[in-house]
Structures are given as structure tokens and as C-alpha cells.
Design a protein around this ligand. Sequence first.
Ligand SMILES: NC(=O)c1ccc[n+]([C@@H]2O[C@H](COP(=O)([O-])OP(=O)(O)OC[C@H]3O[C@@H](n4cnc5c(N)ncnc54)[C@H](O)[C@@H]3O)[C@@H](O)[C@H]2O)c1
Length: 463
Amino acid sequence: MSQDTDLTRRDLLKTAGAVAAVAAVIEGAPAIQKVKAANDQVQYGMIGTGSRGSYLLKHLKNIPTGRCMALCDLQQTALDHGVQTIGNNPKTYKDYRELLDRKDLDAVFVITPLYVHFPLTRDVLLSGHHVFCEKCLVFKPEEVHALRALSTDRPKQVMQTGLQRRYSHFYQMVKDMVDKGVLGNVHHIHAQWHRNMINKPSTLWTMKPGGPSNVYNWRLFRQFSGGLPAELTSHQVDIADWIFNSSPEFVMGLGSLDTLKDGRDVYDNIQLIYRYPGGQKLTYSAISTNQFLPFFNGARPEMGEVIMGTDGTIEITLGDDVHKPVAWWYREPPKTSTVAKATDKQQPFVAGATMIASGGANGPIPLMTGDLAIDGNDGFLDREVKYARRWLYSKGVMVQEEPRNPVDVELESFFRNCRDGGRPKANLEIGLADAVSVILSNQAMDEGRKVYFSEIEKIPVRA
Ligand SMILES: NC(=O)c1ccc[n+]([C@@H]2O[C@H](COP(=O)([O-])OP(=O)(O)OC[C@H]3O[C@@H](n4cnc5c(N)ncnc54)[C@H](O)[C@@H]3O)[C@@H](O)[C@H]2O)c1
């Protein structure tokens, strides 16, 4: 019945409210530590210029509010690659303590393997700099308390972590749709990250000769790594925490090493169930084969989340540099007692400050960007082009993607907070909660039991 799939005025108003709220997100109270450069550029160094470090440098190169002054890596090849990527000839170091001794830095990026996140981030904070540390913020339970204590004592120093979905316009919009009740009672999220590591071997997940003592193999050994929960689940459990406004109450799971039996000791197949205090659940799957993603008509690979409420469902993925973020909204059939007015059905679109949603006849409703809002100043041709694009998106002929990479947004936001004060969206507590989920997910799988999140509190603060 087409009436079931048309947008009602109620849907439109709720969505418009959500949309307007996205533009009004405030990042918190300012805590200012003046930047050193006269031109207000944030002068930064980076420790760890491997795969992720170089990726961030590629993005940082085009962000004028920051200036790379120094790079540090234990490996010369990584260091050379970092220098080449950023292109402005920063000074290089093998020992990060020498980088931290520099007096001209405002901020330091810690983009190293997980097992050294805490000691390095601690030393960056102690040296008085703002810090951006990649996820997961910490590796061991005792580091949770220690980093909280350190960072809380230094409120003027920005502490941000690399959970870039928090900086995605589509994810922010979906969060607001949930908060405004557009999806009804949101009770369940399913998240998947299936990366085919056999047919598409990635340098990150392939065993190099030398086993645990090879610096490139850190991801594959529990001595250094949280495995798939740290590298993949961490992004998606953070989405569930955000949507449900809470950390989980407990986690249960099964982990096994089924396919990549090359000497590694991290699981390559993990199945997890998280229960939240309101009774909501996150079900989660990460395996190392079968990159097929059963969302978006199978058009996207690997990873995404399905957010389910009593009134509707949203499929969403962040994508990557090639595939940009996408979100599709499916409404549930209206209750039979609810009879909408005929005029409600004639409103196919809603325009907001930054986003609009467009309804197709039977299929999903793609979330769209604000440039497709019809403006009173639009000429006839502009309007026709916008209607045509909306129609093509709503029919699934074209897919509307988020125009900006959330990584650029997270980096710009970090510099803005360093310069003007302000609390990051992916702040200390969000990063710590995320790290706790990773630690306890591994514990649940290792011990084959239900692990309560309150257990993390039993571990004493390290002196
Ligand atoms: N946010 C995301 O989407 C995302 C994506 C990929 C990786 N990451 C995270 O980024 C971090 C780094 O991952 P990666 O893929 O770049 O790993 P990598 O192994 O490619 O690079 C890490 C680099 O750190 C260097 N290093 C290690 N210890 C050091 C020390 N004490 N001093 C100086 N340099 C040191 C290594 O030599 C290496 O070059 C990890 O925590 C990972 O989880 C985040």
C-alpha cells in the first residue's frame, strides 16, 4: 500500500526537528590553553607514522588550522613515509621523549599500536600538550583509572580519541532522529564487520616472518593487541553506547580462531551480545571472510549497523575513502488504528537546516544532505535538478553519500578545540568506555561467561 510508505506530516516534523538539532550541537564548555603560533595554527607532532598515522597525515596536509612540526617513529621507513606524506619537512625523531621536549608544540597525535597508547598518552599529558590518541584509548584495565585521573587533573588539555563516526553528519542525524523518537522505542542494534582477509589480504592482518617479535605483527598477538574487538568492534559498540546513552550492563560472547591459523593468537571470528541497562541489545559479528554486507541492497562491503526501533529501522555505514557514509531509513507499517489525513501524504519531502529526508514509494528512504533542500531562491532549473536527484536517490538509482569525510571533520574539530577550548565529541570518557567494552568483550569470550561492566571498577588505581 503506497499509503504505508509515504511520509506522514508527523514523520516529517519529527525529522525536521532532529535535523535542526544537528546544526545546534554544542561541544561543551571552553577550557583554553593558548596556542603558540601567532597565526593561531595549532602546531603539532605525531608519534607513530605507520598505516593510520600516514592516513591521518594525508588528511592533515589539507587542514590549514594545524601545522606539522615533528614526526616520530621507531622505524625509518615509516618516518620517511610520514615526512613524504605531510610534505612540509617536519623534524624527525626516533625517541618520542625528544619530540615531547620541544617547546613549540601545542598538540601531539599518538598513532601507535594499542599496547603503548597509555604510556605515550600519559607522557604527552605530563608534558603539557593537547593529545589526540587513536582508539582504543587504553589497553589494560588499570590504565582506565590511571588515564582518567591524569586527564581530569588537566582540564585545559584537550583529550580526543579517534572514533570518527562521532563526527559524521549522517551518524549525528540518526542519533537525533532516535532522540526525537522518529524510530519509536529503539531496542536493538545489529552491527557487522566482515572483512575478507583471505582473498583480500591486508598488510595489517597478514602475519610477517618473526611472529610476535616482528613490529608489524602487533595486531595478531594478545600481548600487544585487543584483536578484532579493538580494531573493529570498538567503532560499532561506541555507536550503540551513543544511541542508547549508556555503556552496556554486560557482554557475552564466543570467539574462535577458525581460518587464519598462522601462529596468531587473536580470534578471527567473534560473536558478541551486549545488554544495556534499559534492556536494549547490541548483537555483533566480526569474521575474517565473507565481506558481503546484507544492507543497502548489498551495494556496500564489510561493515555497518542496523538500528531498530518500534517505528522504523536505519541502516548506516561510515564507508571509507572510496565509499562515503550512507544511511537508509525504513518505516514500519503504521498501526491500523492510525489514519493519517490525505494532505499528510502529499508531502513527499522535508527540508532542514542541514539535511533532508526523501521518501520513495516502497523502498528505503535515503537520508540526504542539505544541498538538496528546495530554497525560495532556487531557479526553475536548480529546482528541477534537485527534484530529479531526490527521485533518483529515493528509487535507489543513485546513492546519496555524505560529502565530507568524518576524519577531516574530527581533525578540524580537534584543532578548533585546542585553539578555542571546547570538549571533543569523542572525549576521554567516550574513549575510556569504548576501551572498557573491548577489554571486557575479550574477557567474556576468553572465560566463556557473562561479564558485567561493573567489574572494571574493581581494579585498583595504579600508583
Ligand atoms: N580510527 C580508525 O579508524 C583507525 C584505523 C586504523 C588504525 N587505527 C588505530 O591506529 C593505531 C595505529 O595503527 P596502525 O595501523 O597505524 O599500526 P602500524 O603498525 O601500521 O603503525 C604503528 C606505528 O607506530 C610505531 N611505533 C610503535 N611504537 C612506537 C614508539 N614507542 N615510538 C614511536 N613509534 C612507535 C611503529 O613503528 C609503527 O610505524 C592503532 O591503535 C589502531 O587501532 C584506527
